[in-house]
Design a protein around this ligand. Sequence first.
Ligand SMILES: Cc1ncc(COP(=O)(O)O)c(C=O)c1O
Length: 379
Amino acid sequence: MEVYLDNSATTKPYEEAVNVMCEVMSSNYANPSSLHRMGKFAEDSLNKSRETLAKSIGCSPNEFYFTSGGTESNNLAIIGYAMANKREGNRIITQPTEHAAVLEPFKYLESQGFEVCYVPVDSFGFPNINALKDLINDKTILLSFMYVNNENGAIFPIEEIASLKRGKASLHVDAVQGYGKLSINVKKQNIDMLSLSSHKIHGPNGIGGLYVKNNLKINPIVYGGSQEKSLRSGTENIASASSFAKAAEIKISNLEEDAKKMESLKQHLKEKLCCGIENVIINSPENSVCSILNVSFPGVKSEVLLHVLESKGIYVSTGSACNSKKKKYSYVLKEMNLKDNIIDSAVRFSFSSFNTIEEIDYTAEVLIKEIPLLRKIMK
Ligand SMILES: Cc1ncc(COP(=O)(O)O)c(C=O)c1O
């Protein structure tokens, strides 16, 4: 049996999204900037995709920009906004369990003279709201907080954070892991910029989106032919945009049903592991997203476990995919102040609506058999 439980890294594309990609690539390949009929046809298709995606997060199509993915959206929002507004103040605030695609732009801005503040987090990675309140002053121009943590699934109190904005401060939300699992309405949630990625919702890799509230000042970080209202130059990726929009259409119309299914798979795995194995630590909080369950099996190195599971056809992660090749431990779990033996043995199971209860039963069965054996060997 093959069990893909690494959906927070990348999801399997919907068949419909693959079909749209092929159709558009073969029949609608013109450059949307071209003045002829074929160019107009491509431009219409891009705008239709933009409308679908904008609607999915409650913004207007002219507030939605295509990018190459979550990483670029975060860079554009953070660097582009900070650079455009530096005269208004130089304090920018985030927290230490953000994805590298947020932390690295913050580091860059620090090197450019911005005052970067990190809000302390608790043992599940939730930011301390009182500390955040104290950090916001009249020099603060930007708050950047994720909607859902990619390693333990913690759902951040975005509305509460938004309610703390004052003066010139704007809120950017990295919603890469929350989109398609939790409903999003940027207007109701008082969000100023929001990053999305297609490959986490069964769309293609290499395309994403950024919502930027109308009239917000933001500079480009890529210069060229002035596409995307000069905010993101480069010939538009019509096929991927259409495929992303198709995936969003399917995902959003099934959001509640899919979330319910994923939540039941997650709870089922959690119960089986907690009942069937001694000393299992759940690193995901109660208030975590339906798609992520982070678990530690003290005494078993997570990297070894990952390969044992792989040999049985089960695919998981030891942390965020973007980090797992670089760092030995998860900085996210480290920031949560977890003990080393819990960090070293942490595994992330991440679900999609394609997973089945039989797959979860099989995964639990393998773990219940293998964990005691691995603990003996590693003693
Ligand atoms: C929270 C979060 N932000 C940003 C990204 C980067 O998105 P992309 O892979 O589309 O660049 C990821 C990817 O794992 C993520 O989990």
